[in-house]
Design a protein around this ligand. Sequence first.
Ligand code: AMP
Ligand code: FES
Ligand code: ZN
Length: 291
Amino acid sequence: MKCKKCGGVAVINMRHHRLALCADHYLDWFVNYTQRTIEKFRMFGPGDRLLVAVSGGKDSLALWDVLARLGYQADGLYIGLGIGGDDGYSAASQAKAQAFAEAHGLTLHVVDIKETYGESIPELARRTGRGRGKPCSVCGLVKRHVMNRVTLEGGYAALATGHNLDDEAAVLLQNTLRWQAGYLARQAPVLEATQPGLARKVKPLCRFYERETAAYALVRGIDYIYDECPHAVGATTIFYKELLNRLERRSPGAKHGFYLEFLRAKKKGQLLLPAETGEGLHPCERCGQPT
Ligand code: AMP
Ligand code: FES
Ligand code: ZN
């Protein structure tokens, strides 16, 4: 396979774009396509200060790298969940995020959940008994809370997460199978700050397949954590991702079409969904954030 731009050896073939590229041209294309996504969905402008939620994985580190290369002023936020002990999952992913920040001269805020709130995520999940001892739902809640708080306190224009097309398509499949109209209305590359206390959220990598962000991270030489959170094993979203991968193998581009045509139909008003007003959110009794 040859690079469409220069005829050199291609490192990736993207059938849904009919585009094969060599390493150098792929890096350029990835950065430009991210900028086009930022503009297409009016995510933010050149002068905006951004906060990137960095997990130490390939997607969020690739995102931080691209935003910095595009010249955006983007700080990082790592949330220490306390999963896996001293040299386990959380400690290892924090080390990757910190090493990246140091190597690139970027600012990383670290919020350690146990230091801040007195209990790690697994401890909190055990004590509250939520999710039958599986920490994922508590974890999601706490992460959203911390991301929202640090974005607002730091006066950032938006919080950027590393969600890719595979993530978004899996959530879309889940919401569609249950016809969750409210969730479908809220599923978008940009979540506006519809009320005071709510930060604006953006997903600049939402048009890339997971294999494309992985390829970017590899070709760029980004050192990221390969492991998934140990609690993610058996998670419903992973099952949906596998289903979508089977579909994609039989019909290349299926995932891309599923998600992006959904966004297009929604934008054109072809889907009758409740208006995304943030209605139904109420201030938390403890911290006042909309929930
Ligand atoms: P996940 O929910 O694990 O698929 O992660 C989705 C996105 O949330 C990632 O791409 C990151 O932007 C962000 N994220 C996940 N875990 C963390 C963390 N521990 N600290 C900061 N951001 C995170
Ligand atoms: Fe939160 Fe796994 S339980 S990342
Ligand atoms: Zn080339």
